[in-house]
Design a protein around this ligand. Structure first.
Ligand code: NI
Length: 144
């Protein structure tokens, strides 16, 4: 595993639409391992592939209750509303209040290509929305 460099706001790579991950291979496993290590080293609660310069629909989230690896995630349901503080490892030393759904359901694939669904509320729902936004080139500061 290796800690990768986190791209900062202003870099075009954060503004691209990421491509679907089609290969569930060793390269994806290494990317996911590196992304988790990079997220933990930076004390973040989530990290998306474009933040390490990879334009693929891959992200990781851990709000403190375990690592979630998401490949090709899609929000299939959302409800309610919450306003809370949000930050981003690509936007250093800045935190702003952002409106997000209170509840989301996300469909994704794991590192082996198996489909799964996860439902989350509150801060976890916020983290999932934030990371999935990254895959479409959206930063939380766009939602202020
Ligand atoms: Ni972010």
């Amino acid at each position: 595993m290796a800690i990768r460099n986190i791209v900062k706001v202003g870099d075009d790579v954060l503004r691209k639409i990421c491509r679907t991950q089609l290969n569930f291979d060793e390269k994806l496993a290494i990317l996911l391992d590196d992304m988790a290590e990079t997220m933990y080293a930076a004390e973040g609660v989530g990290l998306a592939a474009p933040q390490v310069g990879i334009l693929r629909r891959v992200c990781v989230v851990d709000i403190g209750d375990g690592l979630i690896e998401l490949v090709n995630p899609v929000i299939t349901e959302k409800s309610g509303e919450q306003i809370g503080n949000e930050g981003c490892l690509s936007v250093p030393e800045r935190f702003e209040e952002v409106k997000r759904p209170m509840n989301v359901t996300v469909r994704a694939q794991d590192r082996n290509g198996n489909n799964f669904t996860i439902s989350a509320e509150g801060f976890k729902a916020r983290a999932l929305c934030h990371e999935i936004d990254h895959l479409d080139g959206i930063l939380y500061i766009d939602r202020l």
